[in-house]
Design a protein around this ligand. Structure first.
Ligand SMILES: Cc1cc2nc3c(=O)[nH]c(=O)nc-3n(C[C@H](O)[C@H](O)[C@H](O)COP(=O)(O)OP(=O)(O)OC[C@H]3O[C@@H](n4cnc5c(N)ncnc54)[C@H](O)[C@@H]3O)c2cc1C
Length: 496
């Protein structure tokens, strides 16, 4: 049953009053019995027709009650589960004590983008997986809601004025940052704080990387990304958009001709993979990247005014089971498709998408077609999609990834009637920088090879994020940015 924000907030007020009376004497058993605070969400029937954020955020009372669920265990396994090592128990303790300024200061020592990470990190496979509370209650979904608490304090800071970072005296050194996703944002901020000049080059007309063009508004409001970008501008970072390094200017020239002392490459993994099946070039087949970029960045949902509107779909299939597939399916629902099928060749258990996104997709009416896959796409005489040839699978023995391998069931072919197909089966790295910088070493997937400081095979050239890891996560990209920034700062100190 969907509970309104008002109901959840009122429950928390009562719970907090009681807990405050017993604050000094709360035992571990008491803390384990505090009810997990549900995230207030927009009603599924309303949100499926608007682009507004689904999760509405905790009230201060909810946040404090949730923070009191943390037993402050000595081993702190949650910290080991966080790719950037945030002191999670300390920031949560500060929330319980209602010291929100201290809480955000603790988070910011390790993470630069808490409002983003609190919303999109896969906490259930990171910090919350190791939470002692979840383990004691034998259910990872009952772990302390670390991500929601991180989001809460980050939003509190945004509403109460973000502290401006101190910038050291100008050094006269210049660093080029290519791309403007989370890896690059982190490098730009860390390097600029040291007093170095930073110029960021972005191929699109708006900076922010996947945070801007990929992850939809209903999961990550663009105003939050925009605020991070404005923070960089306030620090004195210069951002040049519509600038494709490799085409507008070669990477090598940035150093040899433009006087940059170091370069960071954070160009991400934006090259969509396709199924390579018959009919994939028909009208009505999109990569998830194209579909989401058109909707998020080019405002394709505004059909009357958009330069690149998307077709109106009656019945649509999304191929894939990750966050990108969920985002595409949920976006299609909001654009008015009557039927949205999510076609995945394994089962829900193997789906890599965040648990919350899967639950939200289902609530919004996405139909999950598990153990099925597309064999081909069929069209009419005008080259428009009319259906998708599918086949059913069953699970066999585990493959190299440890997941049970889907095995085709002979004779199970059928045609799914759809007018649109969105392929969301993964992304590779963009080959442009490699093609135009031949000496830059990459692996067989085209990812840039770096050492353990983030340095590439070229002098003064560093890289990080998806272009190094392959399609990964925001927090890992941020962590990679931190590492490369530290190495760049060290290189510039040695050469000064
Ligand atoms: C739809 C979608 C949903 C996702 N959901 C989640 C999620 O819920 N949680 C999560 O943790 N992760 C999620 N991810 C993954 C996450 O967004 C990425 O791992 C992360 O953004 C990678 O950051 P990055 O800085 O390496 O690159 P990106 O964010 O990809 O940014 C790279 C930027 O470089 C620019 N660029 C590329 N080539 C050039 C060039 N030659 N010159 C100039 N600029 C260039 C691109 O235009 C882009 O703006 C999602 C990804 C997608 C696509």
């Amino acid at each position: 049953m969907h509970k309104s924000s008002k109901e959840l907030f009122e429950e928390a007020i009562v719970q907090l009053k009681d807990l405050e009376l017993r604050m000094g004497e709360l035992t571990m058993r008491d803390r384990l019995s505090i009810p997990l605070q549900e995230m207030p969400n927009q009603d599924p029937n309303e949100r499926r027709i608007n682009m507004g954020e689904v999760a509405l955020g905790y009230s201060v009372e909810q946040a404090r009650v949730e923070a009191m669920r943390c037993i402050q265990c000595k081993t702190k396994p949650c910290i080991k589960g966080c790719p950037v090592g945030i002191d999670i128990p300390a920031f949560i303790q500060a929330i319980a004590n209602n010291d929100l300024e201290k809480s955000i200061d603790i988070i910011k020592q390790s993470s630069l983008l808490p409002a983003v990470c609190g919303r999109v990190c896969p906490q259930e496979t990171q910090c919350q997986l190791y939470c002692t509370v979840g383990k004691s209650l034998k259910d990872v979904e009952k772990s302390v809601s670390i991500g929601r608490l991180e989001r809460f304090v980050a939003d509190w800071e945004r509403e109460n004025g973000i502290k401006k970072p101190i910038i050291k005296q100008e050094t006269g050194k210049k660093v080029a940052v290519i791309g403007s996703g989370p890896a690059s944002i982190t490098v730009a901020a860390d390097v600029r704080r040291e007093g170095h000049e930073v110029v960021m080059f972005e191929a699109f007309h708006k900076p922010g990387g996947v945070l801007m063009y990929g992850i939809p508004e209903f999961r990550l409001p663009k105003a939050i990304v925009q605020q991070e970008i404005e923070g960089l501008l306030d620090m004195g970072v210069e951002i040049r958009t519509d600038f494709v390094v490799g085409r507008t200017r070669k990477l090598h020239d940035l150093i040899a001709k433009d006087g940059f002392d170091a370069v960071f490459v954070g160009t991400g993994a934006g090259l969509p993979k396709f199924m390579n099946i018959e009919g994939e070039n028909l009208i009505g087949v999109f990569s998830a990247n194209e579909f989401l970029t058109r909707v998020n960045l080019m405002k394709a949902y505004d059909r009357d005014n958009a330069d690149t509107p998307v077709v109106e779909s009656e019945s649509l299939a999304v191929l894939g089971g990750g966050n990108v597939a969920m985002d595409a399916a949920r976006t299609a629902i909001r654009l008015g498709a009557k039927k949205v099928y999510l076609v995945y060749r394994r089962t829900e258990e193997e789906m890599p998408a965040r648990i919350e996104e899967v639950a939200h997709a289902r609530e919004e009416g996405v139909e999950f077609c598990m153990l099925q896959n597309a064999k081909g796409i069929v069209g009419d005489e005008y080259g428009r999609v009319t259906g998708m040839k599918c086949v059913r699978y069953e699970l066999g023995e585990p493959d190299d990834s440890g997941r049970r391998r889907p095995v085709e069931i002979a004779g199970s072919e059928f045609v799914m009637e759809v007018d649109t197909v969105i392929v969301a089966i993964g992304n590779d790295s963009n080959p442009l920088i490699k093609q135009t910088t031949p000496a830059l070493e990459t692996n067989k997937w085209g990812n840039i090879i770096v050492d353990d400081t983030g340095k590439t095979s070229l002098d003064a050239v560093y890289a990080g994020g998806d272009i190094v890891l392959g399609a990964a996560t925001v927090i890992l990209a941020m962590g990679e940015g931190r590492r490369a920034a530290a190495a760049i700062i060290e290189q510039l100190a040695v050469n000064s």
